[in-house]
Write a protein that binds this ligand. Structure first.
Ligand code: ATP
Ligand code: MG
Length: 344
């Protein structure tokens, strides 16, 4: 049985990278014969300080983006992490399975903590363990994410495997499968936009937390702003190559062609077959038209949805109840496996 899980942080400024690398692919997953869970991971968001009033708005905005992009909340489970206690409970148990040495290797922590590492929150450091709990509370088999999450998913696999071996005897004694209690989750990273780069710097990923708003296209940007940001996007002086090979060593060109390909649901090769030899001015014009065509309906629907927070909160409440029904038996079993005495 396939079970798909993924999450997005309500840290504001949802951008084209989140859409093409994650949310658009969440929508596509719904055609598989699998239960899909899509989570607004607010407990991850507070690993960096969030203004409480703003956070509430950001949680509803990510939920609105899920729905506006085409996630069907009756078919998939759309919910908010903090409404399902299993995430935090399992994360504690996993804190006792994961090794400090494993976490010390996580590059995202190093990036996000910056120079003053001593002053970063413990939560920021332990973040990948909570992410493993998010996934494994549902014993998810597939996790669609952007390329930047690859290392965290490897950690999730390591935690699952170490739990399975550390508690092998107890797992068997409680009558759980011979191939271990937790599945070794498959990351689904791919497509032409697995790593959308900043429009200002082809070496940095497009990110919500980038100080420059010109570095990203936000899902809330209107047509004029999208046009302005694409026109200003950094490029090199050469025309586009006619083959993907020619994008090597040209990160900005590679990025814009990748974005075009993902929006058009095709490949870099197909885009270059059409635009090879074109100047960036012409290609950027085509990219603006395509981006506006694809993003404007999502933008409009997000506006409509966020105007009714009551509806969004009801979707989240329904999702939390359905998510909890899947996670609770897993948590019960985990508590038995590790040897806790249960309330009678
Ligand atoms: P933050 O800077 O707060 O970490 P973020 O932009 O990295 O924000 P997340 O909420 O951490 O967004 O990630 C949500 C999903 O979007 C993840 O699956 C992540 O891999 C994906 N994602 C984030 N940035 C990009 C990007 N530039 N290209 C492709 N996918 C991305
Ligand atoms: Mg991130």
């Amino acid at each position: 049985n396939e079970l798909v899980f993924s999450g997005v942080q309500p840290t504001g400024n949802l951008h084209l990278g989140n859409y093409l690398g994650a949310i658009k692919r969440f929508v596509e997953m719904q055609t598989r014969d699998a239960q899909c869970l899509y989570c607004v991971v607010d407990m991850h968001a507070i690993t960096l300080w969030q203004d409480p009033q703003a956070l509430r708005g950001q949680i509803r905005e990510v939920t609105a983006a899920f729905l506006a992009a085409g996630i069907d909340p009756t078919r998939s489970i759309v919910f908010n992490q903090s409404q399902v206690p299993a995430h935090a409970e399992l994360a504690w148990i996993f804190n006792c399975v994961a090794r400090i040495g494993w976490l010390n290797r996580m590059t995202q922590f190093k990036d996000k903590a910056g120079k003053d590492r001593e002053n970063a929150s413990v939560g920021l450091y332990a973040y990948p363990v909570l992410m493993a709990a998010d996934i494994l509370a549902y014993r998810a088999t597939h996790v669609p994410v952007g390329e930047d999450q690859k290392q965290h998913l490897e950690l999730t696999r390591d935690i699952a495997q170490k739990f399975n071996t550390d508690f092998a005897g107890s797992i068997a004694a409680h009558g759980h499968g011979e191939d271990g209690f937790f599945p070794v989750t498959e990351p689904l990273i791919g497509g032409p936009a697995a790593r959308v780069m900043s429009l200002r710097d082809g070496a940095k990923k497009m990110s919500k937390s980038d100080a420059s708003d010109n570095s990203r296209i936000n899902l809330t940007d209107d047509q004029d702003l999208i046009a302005q940001k694409v026109r200003k996007a950094k490029t090199d002086p050469d025309p586009l190559p006619s083959e993907a090979e020619g994008l090597k060593g040209r990160p900005e060109a590679d990025n814009l062609v990748g974005i075009y390909a993902a929006l058009a649901e095709t490949t870099r090769e197909a885009v270059l077959a059409q635009y090879g030899g074109a100047q960036f001015s012409a290609f950027k014009g085509a990219l603006v038209d395509l981006a506006v065509e694809k993003l404007a309906p999502i933008n409009a629907e997000m506006k409509r949805l966020t105007a009714d927070p009551g509806h969004i909160d009801a979707v989240l409440a329904d999702g939390a109840a359905r998510a909890e029904a899947i996670a609770a038996p897993t948590l019960d079993a985990v508590k038995d496996i590790v040897g806790f005495v249960r309330r009678t």
